[in-house]
Design a protein around this ligand. Structure first.
Ligand code: 13P
Length: 343
């Protein structure tokens, strides 16, 4: 597993952790079988989220890009799910060495999707979980059940579950929204239980349009991060992924500008640093979600704090989804060149 690395050191530009990357992930190691600890100079350590290189000098952190498709309440029959997952697996084969590709179907389609993904490196995700293992909780699904269904990732705290719909529909009355009921506290309970069961949570945060207009974006997002991570140990952070999803950009065709999305992802990283330290903040992957499409993905994915995307509508069309993970691979390669340039 250990491959010889040249004794090179990459310095990450100040304030831009992980912005530069000297080697594409695929050049380094088989990520699933990497050793659990860094043991010497010139060796590689994969902690589930990031690659750490030690060359005897400063350690450089390169975050592996991730493109996750949140199918929401779509493609949930076994036939639809296997067709879509099979198409994604075929298109992703050339990219999964450099990009983590994930699909998150509705619960009833998990098994069919897992079957369709067999033999491919595309990972399976779920869209939610409960925080109890078993019991009288009608309609709920535990993290352990998801693991048993072949699930690796679980989306938590999506704004559509927090009851913060960007585009309210006539039957989403205040009472109904209240009962969708996700809060920072329930997201924290779910993240804690998911990690304990061996799942990797993708924790969604983001402000509504009213909050953005009232200049509350940074405070709201930082509080959501802090609330979600309450009591989660530093050692568990290797399996945590965040997704910045401005509520007003979800399903609306309105994308956050790349600079602004990157700035808010930086706010998320700073909130993680405040709670842990800069190494952990530099290694956690932060995705952007909200009307990401093949034609705007490249501009978002080259941003230094944006490590991938959480994709809704475009993940339902294999060619569009492939356009996005192709853009992530290209952004990763461009990062590698930038890394070599700052050496
Ligand atoms: P859209 O890509 O459809 O805007 O959805 C984003 C999202 O909510 C992903 O979780």
């Amino acid at each position: 597993m250990d491959r010889p690395l040249p004794n090179r050191v990459v310095r990450v530009p100040a304030g831009r952790p992980g912005a530069a990357c000297v080697y594409p992930a695929s050049a380094l190691c088989d990520t699933e079988r990497a050793p659990p600890a860094l043991t010497g100079a010139g060796r590689v350590w994969f902690n589930g989220a990031a690659l750490f290189l030690s060359t005897g000098g400063p350690v450089h952190v390169a975050r592996r890009p991730m493109i996750a498709g949140n199918w929401k309440m779509n493609k949930g029959t076994a036939r639809e799910a296997s067709e879509l997952a099979g198409a994604v697996a075929g298109l992703a084969a050339d990219f999964t060495a450099d990009v983590d590709v994930v699909v998150c179907p509705p619960y009833p389609a998990l098994h069919a999707t897992a079957e369709a993904l067999q033999g491919s490196a595309v990972a399976l995700g779920a869209q939610d979980c409960y925080w109890k293992s078993a019991g009288a909780y009608t309609g709920q699904v535990s993290p352990e059940m998801l693991v048993d269904s072949g699930v690796t990732y679980v989306v938590l705290g999506h704004s559509e579950r927090r009851g913060r719909f960007g585009v309210p529909e006539p039957d989403f009355t205040e009472g109904v929204l209240k009962h969708f009921g996700e809060t920072d506290h329930t997201v924290n309970l779910k993240a804690t239980a998911a990690i304990a069961a061996g799942l990797k949570p993708i924790i969604c945060v983001g402000e509504t349009l009213a909050e953005r207009e009232a200049d509350q974006t940074d405070g709201i997002v930082a509080a959501q991060v802090e609330g979600a991570l309450d009591g989660i140990s530093a050692g568990s952070m290797a399996s945590v992924v965040f997704a910045y999803e401005p509520v007003w950009a979800i399903g609306t065709g309105r994308t956050c500008s790349p600079d602004e999305a990157d700035r808010v992802c930086g706010v998320i990283r700073k909130a993680i640093e405040d709670q842990y330290n800069d190494d952990i903040a530099g290694s956690v992957r932060i995705l952007y979600g909200g009307s990401m499409k093949p034609d705007n993905a490249a501009d978002l994915l080259v941003q230094p704090h944006i490590d991938g995307g959480l994709i809704g509508g475009a993940s339902l069309k294999p060619a569009d989804f492939a356009g996005i993970f192709g853009a992530a691979a290209a952004a990763q390669a461009a990062g590698a060149q930038a890394g070599a340039a700052v050496e």
